[in-house]
Structures are given as C-alpha cells and as structure tokens.
Design a protein around this ligand. Structure first.
Ligand SMILES: [Zn+2]
Length: 123
C-alpha cells in the first residue's frame, strides 16, 4: 500500500474528513482522492480476507523510521534506522549515558532533550 493510500484512508476513515477536505489536505483533486481511497480499501479488504501482511511503502513516512539518540556526555546526536535496536553507546565518545531524543522538535523544550533519565535503565 502506498503512502498516499494509507494517508487517504487515515483521513477519510479514521479522522472522518469529507473527501473534499481530505483531498485538499493531500493536495489532490476530490476525484483522485476518491480513487485512492477505493484502491486502498480494496487492498485492506484483501489483507483482511486473505490474511496478508500490510506494508506501507514509499512517500514521506519517515517519521517513525529513524530514532534519534542523544549522548548526555558530549551532546552528540545521531539517528539509527528503526528496528536496529537501541545503540549501546555513543559513537563519538563511547559513553553509555545516552538517551532517546524525541525528534528534533521536542529537544530544547527541556533544555536537555531528555526527560528524567529514561536511559539509565541498565541493560
Ligand atoms: Zn558522546
């Protein structure tokens, strides 16, 4: 399923937007939007009926695919692809005092980017 299809379903069925509104959000015409939704629903139906795995690909759904970590020792920040697991230590200074930075936006609010100390949970 493409990212467009996923987004269309999300807007139309989950958020319950009118096609007009949803189409606007996606920057496509209402007709196009309607077609995308149809295709997407067809795919979802198949997944349900045939027990297939649903895969969403392409597009800008990068949000969850990278996880950003921050070193408390040297403030170095880096990202790892989602699914590779949590790094053990900082690639720069090898410190184990690292934590998850919740996206660049969240960083700065607390000054540190890390709340309390979610990373001290020793493993
Ligand atoms: Zn470091």
């Amino acid at each position: 399923m493409s990212i467009d299809e996923y987004e269309a379903i999300r807007l139309a069925d989950l958020e319950g937007l009118y096609h007009e509104h949803a189409a606007e959000k996606m920057g496509v015409s209402r007709q196009t939007f309607g077609r995308i939704v149809e295709v997407a629903r067809g795919k979802i139906a198949r997944v349900l009926v045939e027990g297939l795995a649903l895969r969403i690909e392409g597009g800008e759904i990068v949000m969850a695919e990278q996880r950003t970590f921050k070193c408390q020792q040297c403030q170095h920040m880096w990202s790892v692809p989602f699914g590779t697991g949590r790094p053990d230590n900082c690639p720069e200074c090898k410190s184990k005092n690292i934590c998850r930075a919740e996206g660049e936006r969240g960083v700065g609010k607390s000054g540190q980017g890390c709340r309390r100390n979610p990373c001290s949970r020793s493993q």
